[in-house]
Design a protein around this ligand. Structure first.
Ligand SMILES: Cc1cc2nc3c(=O)[nH]c(=O)nc-3n(C[C@H](O)[C@H](O)[C@H](O)COP(=O)(O)OP(=O)(O)OC[C@H]3O[C@@H](n4cnc5c(N)ncnc54)[C@H](O)[C@@H]3O)c2cc1C
Length: 459
């Protein structure tokens, strides 16, 4: 491991001790929560006076081992800090979620995804071991061998089985630049066919493909963004200035080319929170000019969004304009690639939201993960949509219809945002008895919330 690993390990041990002290300070009858400075959870939560655990000493990279291509990372370390520590070694995590404030522990317990997921799977599939603070108040190391049932149930458990305080992850070598080809499609079937071809061959026009995602603006205008890493230097684009990444990919026909540094490629979606910065005027050329560059990042927009929701500004504004309040529809769902065109057609006909993000994924290993049972050897497409629609006749009408459609199209929905499933449906979709068995063993006194209570009942 690289110096100054010893100091970092001591600091980490102090951080774990502070976490444990704060855990012990919570009365035995009370449930516990993490006190984190950032979050990418988008479901509303009931107000709580549950004490927050001290995570302040668990936000750093402990050590990078360039020889073994691994990193030891504290559970609440953001990918921003993680990538900053690995890139100087020419290494990166196998999957780097797009938003800088997503933490490694959050992406493993809450599922993450990115454009390398078609070849590298999901972030938890490159975790070698995890130190977990369990509901029983112990720190244990879970791996494919030790406490294996906890290790396998951890992904998609959202902190309800324990908190990751340290994770050892694999890293992969990366080149300093990414050459991008944006392919334009006029029909969704053509886009999905091209996506399948690239995944099957790992190539586009004979050139190796390292990363793949896409954007749908409408049924007639969609794109695949195909990335190939390269050491060849040359001019690069910078989308933290006046230009906006998602606008840069649009063109009339054929292919458009671009180049980014690896660092800027990894954070290409962060500067405008994909496209969601539009809601705050940050894409208007004049406002953008005066919007400080250091605040062009997802963290600023999510802070603004939380303020907006706290004071209910959006709905008040709609009311002043004589329009109905709006329902938040912020979701990522996974649909088998063979059903993706059908789902997108349903979505475009029923939900007035665009653009839509597409990201293919295949589990890296041969085994499934009980709490998010997507099938090995099957390509899925993650479909992300993050906006609002006019409220319908019942609470969560659009979100509920999306849940039904996801099931009809044989898909799965991630749980970071609003969910409306009945307990029976939820048990069937998210691990049921397998979850309960691990919960009984590692959180015997229910100090941590139950997954259904957290994900659906918004506790
Ligand atoms: C608009 C939007 C777009 C998104 N897009 C993407 C995307 O493109 N790619 C992607 O990968 N993900 C995406 N996500 C989902 C995101 O990865 C998950 O929400 C993830 O769980 C967030 O991690 P976080 O570190 O911010 O955790 P938080 O939001 O702080 O917490 C999420 C949950 O995980 C628990 N938790 C946090 N840290 C730990 C830990 N160390 N151990 C155990 N439990 C813990 C918390 O208790 C909480 O229940 C998106 C989310 C949003 C809102």
């Amino acid at each position: 491991m690289s110096a100054p690993a010893t100091d970092a390990r001591t600091a980490h041990a102090d951080g774990v001790e502070r976490l444990l002290e704060s855990y012990r300070a919570v009365p035995a009858a009370a449930s516990v929560r993490l006190a984190k400075r950032t979050s990418n959870l988008f479901r509303s939560r009931a107000a709580t006076d549950a004490p927050g655990l001290d995570t302040s000493g668990l936000t750093h990279v402990i050590a990078v081992d360039p020889g073994a291509r691994t990193a030891d990372v504290a559970g609440m370390c953001t990918y921003d800090d993680l990538v900053a520590a690995t890139l100087p070694h020419g290494l990166a995590p196998l999957v780097v979620p797009q938003l800088k404030t997503i933490t490694l522990g959050g992406a493993v317990t809450g599922l993450g995804i990115e454009s390398t997921s078609f070849r590298n799977g999901l972030p938890h599939e490159s975790v070698l071991e995890i130190d977990v603070l369990t509901g029983a108040g112990e720190i244990i190391t879970a791996s494919p061998i030790e406490h294996a049932e906890l290790f396998r149930a951890f992904p998609n458990s959202y902190g309800t089985l324990g908190y990751a305080v340290r994770l050892r992850i694999e890293l992969e070598p990366v080149e300093p630049f990414v050459a991008l080809t944006h392919l334009r499609f006029h029909a969704l079937t053509d886009l999905i066919e091209a996506m399948e071809r690239i995944i099957e061959t790992g190539r586009l026009d004979g050139v190796a493909v390292d990363s793949l995602d896409g954007v749908v603006f409408s049924a007639e205008e969609s794109y695949l963004c195909v990335g190939t890493q390269t050491a060849a230097s040359g001019p690069v684009s910078d989308y933290t200035r006046q230009q906006i990444f998602y606008r840069s990919i649009q063109h009339d026909d054929g292919a458009k080319h671009d180049r980014l540094t690896m660092h800027d490629y990894l954070w290409r979606w962060d500067a405008d929170w994909f496209w969601c910065s539009q809601a705050f005027g940050a894409q208007h050329p004049l406002i953008r000019r005066f919007w400080p560059r250091r605040y062009r990042r997802s963290r600023s927009y999510s802070t603004l969004m939380r303020l907006e929701r706290r004071f209910d500004l959006g709905d008040r504004l709609e009311k002043l304009k004589g329009r109905p309040a709006r329902e938040r529809v912020i979701q990522d769902v996974e649909v088998p690639i063979g059903r993706t065109v059908g789902f997108l057609e349903w979505f475009l006909a029923n939900v007035p939201i665009e653009p839509i993000w597409l990201c293919p994924l295949r589990l890296r290993g041969d085994r499934g993960w009980p709490l998010y049972p997507i099938r090995p050897q099957q390509t899925y497409v993650n479909i992300g949509f993050w906006s609002t629609v006019p409220v319908g006749g019942s609470e969560g009408e659009t979100n509920r219809s999306i849940e039904r459609a996801v099931s009809e199209f044989d898909g799965h929905k991630s749980l970071y945002s609003d969910s409306y499933y009945s307990r029976e449906e939820f048990e069937e979709l998210y691990g049921g008895e397998a979850y309960r068995a691990v919960k009984r063993r590692y959180d015997p006194d229910s100090r941590l919330l139950d997954l259904y209570a957290k994900a659906v009942q918004r506790r």
